[in-house]
Design a binder for this molecule. Structure first.
Ligand SMILES: Cc1cc2nc3c(=O)[nH]c(=O)nc-3n(C[C@H](O)[C@H](O)[C@H](O)COP(=O)(O)O)c2cc1C
Length: 732
């Protein structure tokens, strides 16, 4: 079933039951205190398994004129119905070994009485009970659909408890708490529904039916019950209730309710006259009551309390999520598509990508363009279109969002009157194995479809980063020679603390226009290899990031100069001892894994930079293998002084290098990985970590090869190792 069906069902159920659920949760929280309060009463002086039924009967019969019944309640308190020597009929909590009265049961506190009534029937008797039962049943469905959504969101049941994707507070904790509380909530709801169904006699009877018994009457009537074998050998913890015989005549017998069955016991011989196991419905009903009310267990009562409280949080956070979703979803414009020159096609499940489309629409309108925003499924021929933007999220196993499902099919059938320029932006999360897979599919398909002309390479955005979206807009602007001025989203553009750096040295750009620059912080800026240096140029205030190698106290960056790149040209223009201000963006998921026994670093181009620092951190000489892909020998040269030093210090194994333009044979880094498949699979199996840094295209190619390796050599999908955190990526 598609994710949207689960989501709509979840939303619809929650909306239709919200108010009842708020009431049921608040009363549930209050009622959870009742069992806690009664469990802590001092009526359980000893463990019941150490006392035999015979002992208790003996002491009670000595202490009181007559004993009518003994009950062991959910708290393991022993309650006796007795006639005192003064002729009073009493219910008393008693000490099972001495018969001493410990207290009398008190009536339910008025607050609990009131709350129980409200919780059970809203003071509406049968009608109320019916509603409560129905809402309980619907809550089961809410919990089940919620669990399905979390499983899908996390990328499968195996990854249920893996890290939750970063998002705003309400959504993140809806998921985090959902993982812990949906099962208890399901139990509360299912047991509540069960108990209601029972009240309306919708379930088979719970009665235990005994056949008529005819006890032997020719017996020794001087035998006392405490001397009967059956009572001497049964400990009190096995008992739920004993009804004493009405009269001393042998025709009357003990009715004993044990944990799993009911028996009738001859009062003078101890013979079992009838034995009937409880029907399943009886056990289910008892279990439902205990699970629903928390009777007898402080721990479970606390779970119930927290689960009830969590329902309130889920209602609140779900409401916030719903509002946000509505806010994000733009009205599909009713504009005449033929009048538009710039078409923004959106693939979105939960609406956030529409938010980005809105920003892009505003920026394009500022440039005087006629813009149409619509969903990918609405793709059609556009008479005057010049430019197509595809902004799409990815779901499930790299699937399109629901409103994009038909796009690839339409692409084959719809013929555009003009050649269209296009730019694809993928929205996804590196948390999932199929990062932006659908955007990649779209990009690949467009690249091979006639009549489309790529403006900038596919740009994938992790975790809805608006900064990254701005970065894409810079690339697009550079390629088109028109400046896209995206609206600034204040709360999304958190600025980092700025540090002042001095340039220590800089190399000249090599044949690939790549250079190295070394910076030293003038203050005590904290950073690690793998973190990002963030620089916002005055021209547009849009951040650009560079992966940091920490060498001693200095930052080493490897930068590729782009012809129109504002920042790469600025960095290239810097001279030693000049200053610049920049922020440090921590990137904890891409750092030397402390527990690594072996590390495999795979990179291409400037992606080698963080590894120069990560390997420098390798004080304990963990085996580190570095694979690098570049154009030719000259491309490698700027890195060789660093690599030679690291190798001489024993911090890395010999570099494995692939050149794509050296001599006649073209090798790419993924070819090296494929060649070492046996070694890599063995290392992975033994817990080695793999880190990948460089271009997204290289990342995809390497992942494809790794997937083949793990499937073939280890018979496991790559995401098995990803879920264990063994694969770390930072590509752009
Ligand atoms: C259930 C679920 C599954 C997802 N699966 C993927 C995935 O396979 N690959 C990926 O890159 N992102 C995945 N994501 C992340 C979304 O694509 C990302 O959050 C996107 O920005 C959501 O955009 P939207 O709000 O417009 O739908 C998934 C998110 C959820 C909730």
């Amino acid at each position: 079933m598609t994710i949207s069906i689960w989501r709509y069902s979840h939303l619809l159920l929650a909306l239709s039951t919200g108010l009842f659920l708020i009431m049921a949760s608040i009363t549930g929280i209050i009622l959870a205190f009742e069992p806690i309060q009664s469990t802590i009463k001092p009526y359980k002086p000893i463990t019941l398994s150490t006392v035999s039924v015979g002992e208790t009967i003996g002491v009670l019969q000595e202490e009181y004129e007559e004993v009518l019944s003994i009950t062991v309640d959910a708290n393991d308190f022993v309650l006796a119905d007795v006639l005192t020597r003064e002729g009073e009929s009493k219910q008393l909590y008693v000490h099972p070994k001495t018969g001493e009265a410990l207290g009398e049961p008190s009536p339910q506190h008025p607050i609990f009485q009131f709350t129980t009534n409200l919780h059970r029937s809203l003071f509406l008797k049968s009608l109320g009970r019916f509603f409560v039962g129905l809402v309980s049943f619907l809550l089961c469905l809410i919990a089940a659909t919620g669990l399905m959504l979390i499983i899908k969101r996390q990328g499968g049941i195996v990854k249920l408890f893996s890290k939750v994707q970063k998002d705003y507070f309400e959504l993140r904790y809806h998921v985090i708490l959902g993982r812990w509380f949906l099962i208890p909530i399901f139990i509360i709801a299912a047991t509540g529904a069960y108990l209601s169904a029972e009240k309306f006699s919708l379930l088979p009877s719970t009665l235990v039916l005994h056949e008529r018994v005819s006890p032997n009457v020719d017996v020794d009537e001087s035998v006392r019950p405490q001397d009967l074998d059956i009572f001497k050998t049964t400990s009190l913890n096995n008992i739920r209730k004993i009804n004493f015989p009405f009269t001393p005549f042998p025709e009357d017998y003990f009715e004993v309710a044990l944990r799993d069955k009911e028996i009738y016991v001859h009062q003078y011989t101890g013979e079992i006259l009838s034995e009937k196991p409880y029907p399943f419905t009886f056990l289910a009903s008892r279990m439902s009551l205990v699970l629903h009310t928390g009777q007898g267990s402080i721990l479970w009562s606390l779970v119930l309390l927290l689960a009830s409280a969590s329902i309130l949080f889920f209602i609140y956070s779900g409401f916030v999520m719903w509002r946000k979703r509505i806010k994000n979803s733009v009205k599909i414009s009713k504009k005449n598509a033929d009048a538009c020159t710039h078409i923004i096609l959106v693939g979105s499940e939960t609406g956030t990508t529409f938010g980005f489309a809105k920003s892009l629409e505003k920026a394009l309108k500022k440039l005087g363009k006629e813009v149409l925003v619509t969903q990918l499924n609405n793709y059609q021929a556009y008479k005057n279109a010049e430019h197509l933007f595809i902004l799409t999220a990815t779901y499930g196993e790299g699937d399109p969002p629901t409103n994009a499902r038909n796009f690839l099919g339409l692409l084959e059938t719809v013929k555009q009157p003009n050649t269209l320029k296009y730019s694809t932006v993928g929205f996804g999360s590196t948390h999932y194995p199929n990062y932006c897979k659908y955007a990649i599919d779209v990009e690949n398909r467009l690249a091979t479809t006639l009549g489309f002309e790529k403006v900038v390479p596919l740009y994938n955005i992790d975790n809805q980063s608006y900064d990254a979206f701005s970065d894409w807009s810079v690339r697009w602007s550079e390629a088109m020679g028109e400046r896209l001025d995206l609206p600034v989203l204040e709360n999304k553009n958190k600025t980092l603390k700025l540090h002042e750096f001095v340039v220590v040295s800089k190399t000249e750009p090599n044949g690939d226009d790549t250079f190295l620059i070394r910076l030293k912080a003038k203050d005590n800026a904290k950073f690690r290899s793998g973190d990002l240096l963030e620089y916002r140029p005055q021209e547009d205030g849009i951040p650009r990031w560079f992966s940091i190698a920490r060498i001693g106290q200095e930052i080493l960056l490897s930068i590729k100069k782009h012809e129109l790149g504002v920042v790469s040209n600025y960095f290239n223009s810097l001279n030693p001892s000049e200053n610049l201000e920049a922020g440090i963006k921590p990137n904890p998921h891409f750092q030397f894994p402390k527990k690594a026994k072996e590390l495999i670093c795979i990179s291409n181009g400037t992606g080698i930079a963080p590894f120069l620092g990560i390997i420098d951190e390798n004080k304990h000489k963990t085996p580190i293998h570095l694979y690098w892909g570049g154009r030719n020998n000259a491309s490698l040269k700027i890195y060789t002084p660093h690599l030679d030093k690291l190798h001489c210090e024993g911090k890395m194994k010999p570099l494995k290098v692939a050149f794509s333009r050296e001599g006649t044979s073209k090798t790419y880094v993924q070819d090296l990985v494929a060649k070492d498949s046996q070694k890599i699979s063995k290392s992975l199996e033994n817990g080695a970590f793999i880190m990948i840094c460089g271009s997204l295209r290289m990342q995809n190619d390497v992942l494809e090869v790794l997937e083949k390796i793990t499937n073939k050599e280890l018979e496991k999908p790559l995401n098995y190792f990803e879920a264990k955190g063994q694969i770390k990526m930072d590509c752009y």
